[in-house]
Design a binder for this molecule. Structure first.
Ligand code: RIB
Ligand code: CA
Length: 312
């Protein structure tokens, strides 16, 4: 069994990604740690707990940072809904997280399982950065770090013309992670809009799978509108699920090992990923950037993992 630790700002695409990991037969999710991002922290915690309950997963969920390291929180409730799960009336209250604080849980889990943890970060990197500042040693003890964030080499932004939401919310945290020495793999929004757009045909395919297939589409109600009105995609896109697919099976991916930094500071470049493709800067090569993940590989895995027929 491979051991995954998932750090999430649980909203409508995170929930699908988390279900994928919970349902994969070869993966043990050792913990879910929650960070503020798409929605305020308490709501993200409730969404994560609801998702674990829906999947029948007995996995501890821990609350973490309620705001970025140095900035006010900027949520994406306009994209995912006020509750983050499409505002479709799900009962997203009253569940109780495990005792413990997410950054400390990240530290303790990696130290207790040296060389065995795949950290999958699908929200702002605040918890991960705090853990690194508290315990730099974990950078060399984690097996893989797969991060949904950024825009690849030259993709468009989804919150500003050039910045992707997770990195825009807490760019200082991104810089801590970039300089940590962790084995980083970035799956950017460019990969999501290329290979993870859930158009009508894909939605019909997922709905045929049963309860989780319907759940995966129902909670995208707000994101669907954002796609039609703002990003003009053929449907909601699934950045966190395709990042999770890469974490589960990196073999179909095309990656490039490049020097990467992040712009911190005034608009309009705030939160923009700086990828030194030609080595013009003195940046050391610190990130494996996924430049392509095949659409059929992603949706084939998603269908397998959400299908009732495989209900464990
Ligand atoms: O830019 C997409 C990312 O921001 C995803 O992780 C989504 O859940 C939001 O957090
Ligand atoms: Ca997310």
């Amino acid at each position: 069994m491979r051991k995954f630790l998932i750090d999430t700002d649980t909203a409508s695409d995170d929930a699908v990604a988390i279900c994928m990991a919970f349902r994969h037969p070869d993966i043990e999710v050792v913990a879910v740690t929650v960070v503020a991002g798409n929605v305020p922290l308490d709501q993200a915690v409730q969404n994560a707990l609801y998702t674990a309950e829906l999947c029948g997963a007995d996995v501890p969920t821990y609350a973490g940072a309620s705001q970025p390291i140095l900035r006010d929180l900027r949520t994406a409730q306009d994209v995912h809904g006020a509750d983050g799960m499409g505002d479709i009336g799900l009962p997203l209250t009253g569940r109780v997280p495990a005792d413990g604080w997410a950054p400390q849980v990240i530290i303790d889990t990696i130290r207790a399982n040296p060389g065995e943890i795949t950290l999958v970060a699908i929200g702002p990197l605040t918890n991960v950065a705090i853990a690194l500042l508290m315990a730099p040693d974990i950078a060399n003890k984690v097996e893989r770090v797969v991060i949904m964030g950024g825009t690849g080499e030259h993709g468009p932004g989804n919150i500003t013309p050039t910045a992707e939401f997770n990195f825009y919310v807490d760019p200082e945290a991104v810089r801590v992670v970039l300089r940590s020495g962790m084995p980083l793999e970035f799956v950017g929004w460019d990969v999501s809009i290329e290979s993870a757009v859930v158009d009508d045909a894909r939605q019909a395919q997922l709905r045929e799978l049963g309860e989780l297939g319907n759940f995966s589409i129902d909670i995208q109600a707000t994101l669907q509108g954002f796609a039609w009105e703002e990003t003009r995609l053929a449907g909601p896109d699934f950045p966190d699920p395709i990042a999770m697919a890469h974490a589960i099976d990196p073999s179909p991916a095309t990656m490039e090992h490049l020097g990467v930094d992040i712009a911190i500071g005034p608009e309009p470049m705030h939160g923009t990923l700086i990828v030194d493709h030609y080595g013009f800067s003195q940046l050391e090569k610190n990130v494996n950037i996924v430049t392509h993940y095949p659409e059929d590989s992603f949706f084939g895995m998603l269908v397998d993992l959400l299908s009732d027929a495989d209900a464990s």
